[in-house]
Every structure is written in C-alpha cells, then in structure tokens.
Design a protein around this ligand. Structure first.
Ligand code: AMP
Length: 142
C-alpha cells in the first residue's frame, strides 16, 4: 500500500486522524467533508495514495467510482437533497487543495446558492476537428 506520511487523507486511511467514515471497501473509503459546501457533503478516496485522478490505474479509478451510485442514493435519502454534484478537482489551478485524489459528492437543493460560473464558448471553424484529431493521437496507446 503506497502511503504519503504527510498526506492528510493517508492519515485518515491509516486511522491516525479521525474522520466520519460512512462507507469502506477494500480499496476505497468515503467520509464527511470537514468543510461541507452542503450538509452531507462527502468525499470518496482510494486507500492507496495517488496525487490526482490522472495518476490512477483504471481499475483503481473504477473501484473508487463504483461507490458513487450508492453514496449518491444515500446522500439523497439522508439529506433530502433533490440531486448531487460529483466533482473532482485536479491540480491547484482547478481548486485541488489535498493532493490525494478524491471525488466530492455534494448534495444539491433548489436555490442552495451553489453552482458554477461557467460561460460556454464556441469553437471557431475547424477547431473542433483539429482538437478531436489531437485528442485521438494523444490517446493512442493509452
Ligand atoms: P479539494 O479542494 O478538491 O482538494 O478538496 C479538499 C477537501 O478536503 C475540502 O473540501 C476540505 O474541506 C476537505 N478536507 C480537508 N481535510 C479534511 C479532513 N481531515 N477530513 C475531512 N475532509 C477534509
């Protein structure tokens, strides 16, 4: 098991600091976020230390993600939320503060004040085709 002794989530996995754990599997763990954006805000993490999602082997990522449907159903039941967001921040630029991969499950209610300030743009002529080609090339052999 890879652990980073300085990592707060590795310390939770090792039982060295407390956490409100709601679900455990052989490979992953889910617990209440200590600074919730909404009541019942959860984090799901792999037991193994990976800095971010793109560092994860696919089977580890799948194992972590496999907990999300039941956690989401439980979040609806427990909090009365009408829905939830699943969010992974990768990299400081995207808001990642803890460098041990984690998915947020954030219960949502109407007019809860949460949300994105994303403004969709449009591709210039030919740009989508160019990007598609570059993505396909980058993914070759992945
Ligand atoms: P992110 O900005 O995506 O890296 O999110 C990190 C999250 O971890 C934040 O929402 C924090 O509130 C949460 N967090 C940090 N330390 C702990 C802890 N010891 N127990 C539970 N949640 C934590």
């Amino acid at each position: 098991m890879t652990r980073d002794p300085d990592c707060v989530f590795c310390k939770i996995v090792a039982g060295k600091i407390p956490a409100s754990v709601v679900l455990e599997s052989d490979t992953a763990l889910a617990f209440l976020d200590v600074g919730p954006l909404a009541e019942g805000h959860l984090l799901v993490i792999p037991r193994e230390h990976y800095a971010d999602l793109s560092a994860m082997p696919p089977e580890e990522a799948a194992s972590m993600a496999s907990l999300i449907p039941s956690l989401g159903r439980a979040a609806r039941k427990v909090t009365g939320a009408e829905g939830f967001n699943v969010l992974v921040n990768e990299g400081r630029v995207a808001g990642q503060e803890v460098p041990h991969v984690h998915a947020h499950i954030i219960p949502r209610a109407v007019d809860d004040g949460l949300g994105y300030r994303w403004k969709p743009k449009q591709y210039a002529e030919g740009k989508a085709a160019e990007l598609t080609g570059r993505y396909r090339e980058a993914l070759t052999g992945e």
